[in-house]
Ligand binder design. Sequence first.
Ligand SMILES: [Zn+2]
Length: 197
Amino acid sequence: MYDGIVQELIDEFGRLPGIGPKSAQRITFHILQTPTFDVARLAELLTDVRERVRFCEVCGNVSEQDRCAICRDPRRNPALICVVEDAKDVSAIERTREFRGLYHVLGGAISPIAGVGPDDLRITQLMSRLADGTVQEVILATNPNLEGEATASYLSRLLTTMQITVSRLASGLPVGGDLEYADEVTLGRAFEGRRTL
Ligand SMILES: [Zn+2]
């Protein structure tokens, strides 16, 4: 334990995801002891990111405008929609350069334990995007774990009545894992080898 404001900062960093007490302490002392550390720049970025960044009104990806860069890009194929849990998954898939369609971010996955049901996800928004017949294939790229599989099977049942091909990423992704941690080659192959449901 440290006195006053130093401990306050350590506690604050410790509340961030993936940062334990040791890392929180290390970051705090890095800020305190590094002469070149630009605190003003960091503080400004934190404020700006909260003010400027919102979520794309179409797909739910992070964006500084009403529509994200991917939705605004006329070179993307609007007949393909890749459904992911998080905006972080969009950037993981973009890194593979395998996919040239559009995305739909659900904002999580169905999890009875965590109390997350279909109504808590952006499923209604997905259905209205599919209504005009432009979309021919929906690729379900939810995480290869229990919640992700439950979400994928829920969506595939929902989509059976529509004239749309529904596919799921090929196996080969680490089971129980998170899409965002899969390496580019594995994720790229999972895309190429996706199977129709
Ligand atoms: Zn978008």
